[in-house]
Design a protein around this ligand. Sequence first.
Ligand code: ATP
Length: 244
Amino acid sequence: PHGAASLAVEDLVAGYGDVLALDRVTISATAAGITAVLGANGAGKTTLLRAISGMVRPRRGRILLNGANQAGRSPEDMARAGITHVPEGHGVIAELTVEENLRLGMMSWPGMTSRRADRAAALAEAYERFRVLADRRRKLAASLSGGERQMLVIARALVARPRVLLLDEPSLGLAPRVMTQVMDMVMRLSKESGITTVLVEQNARAALAIADHGVVLNVGRVVAAADARTLAADVALRHHYLGF
Ligand code: ATP
């Protein structure tokens, strides 16, 4: 599926057994923009992405994709609806080449056997955008640096042609300079491809620097939601919830 999508979550309740991870969470993601989801460990950020991608079944509430409720659908259905989730620490497959890893991103395409030309075009597009991957397409992913691997993970998500991209901590474990490159890439993708991006980050400062809008969670509840500049300028909020 192509084109910018609007994503909204309303009154979402989700958890694990007795643990209530999300307690009536409502967020609205900027269509074709970046929405940062921030908050301390255990705030519920990862669970929010899991609920949106169908990996955790919501107990209550709605997940609206272009106005249509998707709550309760399977991860496969969510992927087919255009929601691509990159979980935290989601690695590349080291034993496969760069190109083989990229091809895995097309597995969710419907009718993949008949679309050879489309697949070639998607690969070409990815290589155009990620030059470093083009140069190494026949190399094993094991030979890539940490930053290059993260680029490959993002590129693999992109060849799925998502309308909504859910990124969980893409900067995790990267050196500051490399992290900046990854964040720049995420920003360009959203601007140039019109993908609606939900970015979960521990590094609130870096996330707000590229986001249009931000939501702050604390123990499963939304404590603040505003445009990114407003959040970044709120000294008390930064001090209490954002750690910068
Ligand atoms: P982190 O940055 O540490 O991943 P987070 O904001 O993403 O934090 P979640 O991972 O969504 O938070 O966790 C929300 C709550 O749900 C926490 O109390 C956590 O302990 C709990 N939790 C998360 N995953 C599970 C699970 N598989 N089983 C039981 N409880 C879980």
